[in-house]
Write a protein that binds this ligand. Structure first.
Ligand code: MTE
Ligand code: MO
Length: 329
């Protein structure tokens, strides 16, 4: 949502000061105006001491993210402006089944996953098939996108990703007229990925309709909290599609293929009655085994209402005009 150009992407200690300032300023518009006024450069000495413009209570919630203040909601709170989930939770509570199904052990079991060198093959129905090295992917302007992540298991986080729109990559390869869908594939290496001994139809695959893939909100993420992505979060490059259940946001991508037919994702292959192709976050369409009406936000007590399209309805509802969302789950 909020985009910060790569020139503003900074080492973490500066980044945290900037985030704190943005929170205190209370609204993105003020930040944009402020950035314009100082020629895109943030004077960090000012940013840390900027007074709080809102009356919201600042609470030092227990977090291992240094020098980061989590703000409580006030009456002017925009639900899309939720406080960020702390770095420690984002990097230690993960779903990455290639390593383990135990969310608390993904970090440790993926710690030595080799992500350099890395390349992503972009192929299929395109005019210019091309293999991008990680260095080439990092030449796309990297910007910050603060997105909610809503797992189909009914927990959620708010993550400040660093990355770039997938549309920029796809424009370079020029999808042909027959291309209707995009299929993504994760790396597969049983030597490095102990979880792949479980007999699932590896490699992990996912897919998007081409218009979903071209949507501004759909990004390839290369970092979070101003830092390079760690293996547990899908290093070195993963998808982030914020209006869909988390399983669509495929990690450690090695291949992107433009195709005509709707791809079959790993989850569709395992349990098609439970996990559909679209997987749009929807409080009105329950999972066969549990309700999707509410969610547990990591770091908060109690539950929140789940929002249609995870709160991105204004941006994405048009993609599904005329579709029965309970049929196309
Ligand atoms: N390759 C791969 N990608 C994956 C998964 C996985 O098991 N393997 N899990 C998905 C699920 S269910 C979720 S909720 C998100 C979690 O991302 P995070 O651990 O970075 O929060 O990654 C998604 N991407
Ligand atoms: Mo998930």
């Amino acid at each position: 949502m909020k985009k910060i150009p790569s020139s503003e992407i900074t080492p973490e200690y500066l980044y945290l000061s900037r985030r704190k300032f943005i929170k205190n300023a209370g609204m993105a518009a003020a930040v944009t105006a402020f950035l314009a006024a100082c020629g895109g450069k943030i004077p960090f000495s000012q940013s840390t001491s900027a007074p709080s413009a809102s009356s919201g209570t600042l609470s030092a919630e227990k977090t291992d993210t240094p020098d980061y203040t989590v703000e409580e909601p006030n009456e002017n709170w925009n639900p899309v402006d939720d406080p960020l989930t702390d770095y420690e939770s984002i990097t230690n509570y993960n779903n990455y089944y290639e390593f383990t199904t135990d969310k608390n052990r993904v970090a440790e079991l993926s710690a030595n996953f080799i992500t350099d060198p890395w390349q992503v093959e972009v192929t299929g129905l395109v005019a210019n098939p091309r293999t991008f090295s990680m260095e080439e992917l990092l030449k796309f302007e990297q910007e910050e996108s603060i997105y909610r992540l809503r797992c189909v298991e009914a927990w959620s986080m708010v993550i400040p990703w660093i990355g770039f729109p997938l549309s920029k990559l796809l424009k370079e390869v020029q999808p042909s007229a027959e291309a209707k869908y995009v299929q993504f594939t994760t790396a597969y290496d049983p030597q490095q990925m102990p979880g792949t001994s479980y007999p699932y139809p590896w490699p992990y695959k996912e897919g998007l309709r081409l218009d979903e893939a071209m949507h501004d909100l759909t990004i390839l993420a290369t970092g979070l909290y101003g830092k390079t992505l760690l293996p547990q979060n899908g290093a070195p490059v993963r998808l982030a599609v914020p209006w869909k259940y988390g399983f669509k946001s495929i990690k450690s991508i090695v291949k992107i293929e433009l195709v005509t037919e709707m791809p079959v994702s790993l989850w569709m292959a395992i349990a098609p009655q439970e996990y559909g192709f679209y997987a749009n976050v929807n409080p009105n369409v329950n999972h066969p085994r549990w309700s999707q009406a509410t969610e547990r936000r990591i770091g908060e007590n109690g539950r929140r209402e789940t929002l249609l399209f995870n709160g991105y309805e204004d941006e994405v509802a048009g993609l599904y005009a005329g579709m029965d969302l309970s049929e196309w789950y």
